[in-house]
Design a protein around this ligand. Structure first.
Ligand SMILES: O=P(O)(O)OC[C@H]1O[C@](O)(CO)[C@@H](O)[C@@H]1O
Length: 455
C-alpha cells in the first residue's frame, strides 16, 4: 500500500469517557450528507469558489514568476494581514527548510515600528518587490505600511522605478487599492470575489508570492485536489470530521488545541486559528437567532509546550479537544552521539534521531492525555512537501466550511471584526467614524484603575 500523503487518526476522540459514542457516524450521517449538498450547491452556483481552486491552470503564473525571477530581484516584502498573509507564511514556513528561495520573503503584517525597521534593514529597496495583498483594499494595517514602504521606495528610487516594483493583489474591481493600482499603473493580480480572505491561500493571494519565491505551487494544488478528488464521497468524510468537533463542542469541549510537533508546522496552526475562529465564531445563526457559537482555537507547540501548557491540559478543566499535528519525515536529521560520558539514565537516547525522540514525546503526551480522559486526534503529514501541505490546507478549509453548514451559520462573513476597526478609524480622525468617541473620552473611575508606583 502506498504511504498516505496525509492521515488522520480520530480514535482518541472515541476512547475516552466523555468522548464520541460508537454510533456517532450513523447518527450524524444524514446531517453530514445535507451539509455536503448545501456546500456543493453553493459551489456550483458560483457563490463559493474555494473548492474549485485546485482546478486552476497555473501555467501562466509560473511563466510570469520565472520572468520576474530572471529580472534579478533579491527580496519581496509581502504587505498584508490575516488571510492576506497567514497562508503564505504557513506554506513558506512548512516547506521552507527544504527550499533555497529564488527571492527572499519578508512580511509587513502587524503595525510594529520595530519589525518594520528590521525588515527595512534586511533588504535593499533597489532590488526588492513590494507585494501588497488586501482583498478589500482598505485594511488599515496593510494600507498604512504600504504607504510607508512605497514612500521610502519613491524617495530612494524615484516614482517611475518605485511603480515598477509594486505588485498589488486585490479584488478585480473594487476597493481603494484597485483604484490606486489603476492610477499608478501598478502590476495587479486578482483575488476571486467568491473566495473569502481566510479561504484564499490557493489564490493569487499566496500563489503569487510563493511562485515568486520559487515554491512548487502546482504541487500545492495537486495535493489540495487529492483531498476532494472523489467529490461527494470525500466531502462526506470531511463533514464527519467537522461533526466530531461539533459533537464534542456540544458535550462541553468548547476549546480546540492544535499542537504542532515541528517548529515549521507552527505557521499552519496560525493559519488554522484565523480560519476556524473567524468562520465559526458567530452571534447569530442563519435564521437570525442569537446562538453565540464557536470553538476557541488554541495554538500549542510540541515539545516546548509540554513544559508549559500540558500540565493544564492534563489536569485543568476537561473542556478541550486536542489535535496533534506532526510530520513523518524531516529534510535533515541529527542523532544523539554515542559517548561513554553519557549519564546512566540517558543512555537509551544514544544513537536516536531527534525526530524519533520528538515522535515518542508526541505519542507519550497523547497517550497520557487519553489516560486522563481528554479527547485527542492526530493529523500526520507524510512530509512537509507541497502536496501534503496543500492537502492539509484544503482539508481544513472544507472541514471549516462544512462545520458552518452543520452549525447553520454563515462561515464566510466576519461582522464581529468591524466595530473595532470603525472605532480605530474614528480615533484617527476619519470624518465619518466619530460616533463612538464620546464613550472613550470618559476617564476610568478610580476604583477600576491602578497605576504603579502608587501615589
Ligand atoms: O485582505 P484584507 O481585505 O486586507 O483583509 C485582511 C483580513 O481582515 C479581515 O477582514 C478581518 O480580520 C480578515 O477576514 C481578512 O483576512
Amino acid at each position: 500500500m502506498r504511504r498516505p500523503m496525509l492521515s488522520y487518526d480520530a480514535a482518541g476522540l472515541f476512547d475516552v469517557e466523555a468522548g464520541l459514542p460508537s454510533n456517532f457516524d450513523a447518527s450524524w450521517s444524514k446531517r453530514c450528507q445535507a451539509a455536503v449538498e448545501a456546500l456543493q450547491q453553493r459551489t456550483s452556483s458560483g457563490e463559493l469558489g474555494f473548492l474549485k481552486l485546485p482546478e486552476q491552470n497555473l501555467g501562466q503564473l509560473m511563466t510570469w514568476a520565472e520572468g520576474r525571477q530572471a529580472e534579478g530581484w533579491t527580496d519581496q516584502i509581502v504587505v498584508g494581514i490575516g488571510g492576506s498573509s497567514l497562508g503564505t507564511r504557513a506554506v513558506l514556513e512548512a516547506m521552507g527548510p527544504a527550499w533555497i528561495p529564488a527571492i527572499r520573503t519578508h512580511f509587513a503584517e502587524n503595525l510594529d515600528p520595530v519589525s518594520l525597521e528590521a525588515t527595512l534593514r534586511r533588504v535593499d529597496l533597489a532590488s526588492t518587490l513590494l507585494v501588497v495583498v488586501t482583498k478589500s483594499g482598505t485594511t488599515i494595517e496593510t494600507m498604512s505600511q504600504l504607504w510607508i514602504l512605497y514612500d521610502a521606495m519613491v524617495r530612494q528610487l524615484g516614482q517611475v522605478q518605485a511603480d515598477r516594483q509594486v505588485i498589488a493583489i486585490t479584488d478585480p474591481e473594487r476597493g481603494a487599492l484597485r483604484a490606486l493600482a489603476r492610477e499608478r499603473d501598478w502590476e495587479t493580480h486578482a483575488v476571486p470575489p467568491n473566495v473569502g480572505g481566510r479561504f484564499s491561500v490557493l489564490t493569487a493571494v499566496s500563489l503569487v508570492p510563493l511562485a515568486l519565491a520559487g515554491y512548487d505551487v502546482e504541487a500545492l494544488l495537486r495535493g489540495a485536489a487529492l483531498i476532494v478528488r472523489q467529490g461527494t464521497r470525500d466531502l462526506v468524510g470531511l463533514a464527519h470530521i467537522s461533526a466530531q468537533h461539533i459533537a464534542l463542542y456540544e458535550k462541553g469541549f468548547g476549546q480546540m488545541v492544535m499542537m504542532a510537533y515541528a517548529d515549521r508546522l507552527g505557521g499552519l496552526v496560525d493559519w488554522f486559528r484565523q480560519l476556524w475562529a473567524e468562520s465559526l465564531g458567530k452571534a447569530r445563526d442563519r435564521s437570525g437567532q442569537l446562538v453565540n457559537v464557536g470553538i476557541t482555537p488554541i495554538k500549542a507547540m510540541g515539545a516546548v509546550d509540554q513544559h508549559s501548557q500540558v500540565q493544564l491540559y492534563m489536569e485543568g478543566p476537561n473542556d478541550k479537544q486536542l489535535l496533534f499535528v506532526e510530520t513523518a519525515s524531516h529534510p535533515v536529521g541529527f542523532q544523539v552521539p554515542e559517548s561513554p560520558a553519557m549519564p546512566e539514565g540517558l543512555r537509551h537516547l544514544q544513537g536516536r534521531g531527534i525526530d524519533e525522540i520528538l515522535r515518542a514525546e508526541a505519542r507519550g503526551t497523547r497517550a497520557a492525555l487519553s489516560r486522563a480522559q481528554r479527547p485527542t486526534a492526530l493529523w500526520r503529514l507524510e512530509s512537509t512537501g507541497a502536496p501534503a501541505v496543500g492537502g492539509f490546507l484544503m482539508s481544513w478549509m472544507a472541514i471549516t466550511a462544512l462545520a458552518g453548514e452543520l452549525l447553520n451559520i454563515d462561515a464566510f462573513d466576519q461582522p464581529g471584526v468591524e466595530l473595532g476597526k470603525i472605532i480605530a478609524h474614528g480615533l484617527l480622525g476619519h470624518p465619518k467614524h466619530g460616533q463612538f468617541l464620546d464613550d472613550l473620552e470618559s476617564t476610568p473611575s478610580e476604583s477600576h484603575f491602578s497605576r504603579w508606583p502608587a501615589d
